[in-house]
Design a protein around this ligand. Sequence first.
Ligand SMILES: Cc1cc2nc3c(=O)[nH]c(=O)nc-3n(C[C@H](O)[C@H](O)[C@H](O)COP(=O)(O)OP(=O)(O)OC[C@H]3O[C@@H](n4cnc5c(N)ncnc54)[C@H](O)[C@@H]3O)c2cc1C
Length: 529
Amino acid sequence: MTIWDVTVDLAVVGTGVAGLTAALRAAELGLRVVAVTKTTVEDGNTRCAQGGIAVVWPGPPPGDSVDAHVADTLVAGAGLCDETAVRTILAAGPAAVSELKMHGAVFDGGWADVHRTREGGHRAYRVIHAGGDATGAEIERTLAGAARSRQLMLLEGQSVSEVLRDDTGRVAGLALLDELGAGVLGARAVLLATGGLGQLYAASTNADVATGDGLALALRAGALTADLEFVQFHPTALYLGTGSRGRQPLVTEAIRGEGAVLLDIDGAPVMTGVHPLGGLAPRDVVAGAITRRMAATGTDHVLLDATHLGSAELRRRFPTVHAACASVGVDPGCEPIPVAPAAHYQCGGVVTDTSGRTTVPGLYAAGEVARTGLHGANRLASNSLLEGLVMGRRAAEAVAADFTVSRCPGPPLPSHEPRPVADRDALQQSMSAHAGIGRDSAGLAAASAVAGATTRRRIRTPHDAEDAGLTLAAAAVLAAAAARTESRGCHLRTDHPRSAERWRRSIAVVLDDDGTPVLAEPVLIGGVA
Ligand SMILES: Cc1cc2nc3c(=O)[nH]c(=O)nc-3n(C[C@H](O)[C@H](O)[C@H](O)COP(=O)(O)OP(=O)(O)OC[C@H]3O[C@@H](n4cnc5c(N)ncnc54)[C@H](O)[C@@H]3O)c2cc1C
């Protein structure tokens, strides 16, 4: 085992928008920081983001406000947002985007006249973008470039398998795995910025590294998690054929913002009469309507007609989508794009306050892995990049504010306890079959049985660690989904199709002494319990 002979002030796990923003800010504040990533710096969901960043940017056109952005976010969140968190995070948006521009990010339309588009659930044109539909790539390029030019310590190809704590329960370091073996890194604070869990499902828009590791790491470290049942499905992933598995290319919602229309396989509009915002309704509404229409027409996809934009404009404004369509022989300027919903975003996660502090001393979380209360039961489109920018910065500032030099123990050794591991393929298939859009108690029980059919395995490789993380994340999501006997936001239960006032509260999950996810009392309403 390699024991690094250095104890850093802050180990950031993850090099997406949240992790790199935090690492850069921590270094500015004089902390000794290292950022760790499973494969390469650019490997997460950040680089995949297409639509843009939702932010109330000063300047024309007039008429938008932080209050309006807050209102749209609360509507999308279906009664479960923490309004204080929503307001403080969204109000910090313009400063966070300015900071990103200072690092060199270039948005379409330039500095003063930045171009804005609309996405589902937004009543104003407030989504700024870069490279047409390559916003995430521009953010990742900018932040990774800034990190490298400032010579931040970047540890690539290291998978974190455990957050190590001292005998007082305080975070003391990380256990690492690579293909050659195990290692230990001492750290006075750890920030989880590990992204989402889309790979829990058979078909997802997410990067391969999105295997829910951060959720599992936090649960095992004793942290409180919440809102895990709210897994958002993007309504329009490019349909690649029956039973297509793994990562599916996204067809950004911004295309609907530019007038594209959803049609069923017979050419009838999907969203007419469903919601006042039509095709730009919040994602849960659109994904639910598509799922119902697919069932009614006996198909596994619908169509997105963007032909009014023409091939040249589509290639210019949406180059990523155009290229993905071309790769499967579709010319979106001449024919409708076949699309279907796919697992996309983890709305809940590790409970933090609005500075990124979790319930475990020395453990912080930011970005998609965290549950700040911003998203509630359903994330408003393009609020997540903004959250990563704002909360990454704040978490670094919280680490600096909490910093104490009084105690600097070496990290304890990892536990090496075997962990329960389910079959990854069976798990993904059963999560898609039973824990996607339209769940019921029998299906959730069937998926829980698959997640519970485990063997105990020693964790020797990064792949083993992912499998164990996926198994635990599935069990935690399923526990929360089974408990919520209503439909709300992106949690749609066919056996409980309506929302119930008594469920207008978050469900928290922790691990019991046997390592099983259980519901925590008291049930959270917002912030840290
Ligand atoms: C196709 C797609 C399009 C999207 N479009 C938009 C959009 O237009 N607007 C918007 O706001 N949001 C969008 N999102 C969501 C948004 O991109 C993500 O929520 C956000 O980028 C997450 O950033 P993050 O920093 O939390 O994590 P990520 O960028 O996913 O980074 C996670 C990092 O954690 C590392 N990691 C994970 N586990 C471990 C481990 N065990 N050990 C070491 N490292 C680990 C990974 O290697 C990676 O570096 C989109 C998402 C997808 C998938």
